[in-house]
Structures are given as C-alpha cells and as structure tokens.
Design a protein around this ligand. Sequence first.
Ligand code: R5P
Length: 291
Amino acid sequence: MVKITIISTDSSKALAKRIAKKLDAVIIPAEITKFPDGESKITLKKIPRKSVILIIQSTSPPVDTNLLQLLSMISQARKFSSKIYAIIPYMGYARQDRAFLGGEIITISVIAKMLESAGTKKTIVVDIHSKIALKHFKIKIENISAIPKLVNYFKKMKIRNPLIVSPDAGGIIRAKEFARQFNSDFISLKKQRNRKTGKVKIQSSKMNLKNHDLILVDDMISSGGSIIKATQFLKKQGAGRIFVACTHAILIDNAEKKIRKAGVKQIISTNTIHGKTAKVDVSDIIANSIK
Ligand code: R5P
C-alpha cells in the first residue's frame, strides 16, 4: 500500500506529527528561511512520493505569510501527485465571507480560488467561522466539528449548574450543539460590532445568572474583545465561574491575560493552533476524515 505523505512547516509540526502517527504517514518537513525583506524561502527536505499528499498548515498569524507558504507547498506537491489535500485546521479570512460595507472584498472567495488553482483536490478545515464561507469553494471542502471533543473535555471538569452561552447570534448553532451534547441549558447574548472600528458592545437585557457556572462557546478568539465584553456583562448578572470553550485560540496582543483579568477562569481550545490553552487534540478527527 502506498503510504500517505504529509508536508508541513514548523508552525503546524506538532499536529502534523500526531496526524501522521494515526495515518501511518511519512512526513516531509518544509524548511522555511526568511529573506531580509520578509519573503519566505521554502524547501521540501525530500521529494514526495506519488501518493496522497496532505499539506497541513493553519493560516493563523502571520496570516498572509502562512497562506502563501501553504499555497507554495500545494503547488510544489502537485508536481508529484494529483491527490493533494489541503488540511487547514484554522482557516483564516473566513470572517470575510460577505461584504458588510460597500466596496469590501470577499477575501475568502479569493483564497478558495487560489487553493484550487494551486492544485488542491480537497480542503479540510475545522470549525470554519461560517457556513457562508464554505459556499465560496468550488472544490470539495469538508468542515469538521471539534464540538464533541471540547464537550468531552468539559465533561471531565467539575462545572456546577452549567449554562452554555453564545457571545453572539452568529454562534447560536454552535453553542446550542455544545449544550445539547453537554446536556445543559443554553442562552445567547446580543453582540453588536461596529463595522468601521471593530469594537463590540453587548446589548442584552438583564438576567439572573446566580449559582450558574457558565461556558462561553465560540469558534475563535482573536483580540479577545468579544469574550471580554461578554464576560463583563455576565459577571454583572451574578454569574459564577466563567469558562471559555473555543476551537481556535489566536489570542493576539496578550488577549489571554486580558480575558482572565475580565473574569474568565480558564480558556480551553484545540490544537488547530499551538499554544498554552490548546488542551484538546483534534488530530484523530482530522485523520478520520482522510481514511
Ligand atoms: C465573531 O463572530 C467570531 O465568532 C468571534 O467571536 C470573533 O471574531 C472573535 O474576535 P475577537 O476575539 O477579536 O473579538
């Protein structure tokens, strides 16, 4: 049987290793060196075999650099095989899935075209920001849910009288599914984002959250603004301990510290992005989608 080949840079190395183990795949490291002006020089350390080739790279910060490296690796791998799968555990730009203000470019649709023209046969992502983003792909794309894995992690924690909270209307389906699997109640906050400044406000009515531990469920945390505003509001309503379950913890500019300062007890994320909060391993669900 021809083995699967995995190509990844150092940025997704740990996750790539776990996926390789589960698929009995061989890994070809892609070495990155940087030119003084910031350009990446990418070198595959071995020639890929004619096999299914998985290119694994999250497009987390530095977003554009990681994206270009991903496209370059796909394009190079395409010379050796037609079965190129782009595994993008965290898919950046998925929030740019529609024009919110006049003149805005829907960049996720540009990325979908670039993945296709570089030679991708199929793309696999974990908890993409929105279903609308998926519609921009003409090539096959599979969106894997990390909710069951996050729920399992939380089931092992001692959460008292839990209530699941979506920080905004866009996250309702995700948080509702978490609540269903966790067997608990669910509420959603009303968040408003200023489309020019990016600042968020919570506009929900008062509620009584005494004696409840809360789990805020979101697809991603970037600056932490959404979670901080939600936490400040929930604390004012008398909430007990507040935990955060998210798939992608980008956590720019000391966001973790700021979130904890706002009153969050713990953030639990998956290893789609490597980091301190990444307690939940998604390598098995990614590997299962290849088999
Ligand atoms: C928004 O709809 C998303 O689901 C996240 O809540 C948001 O993008 C997180 O960004 P930030 O942490 O910067 O508020």
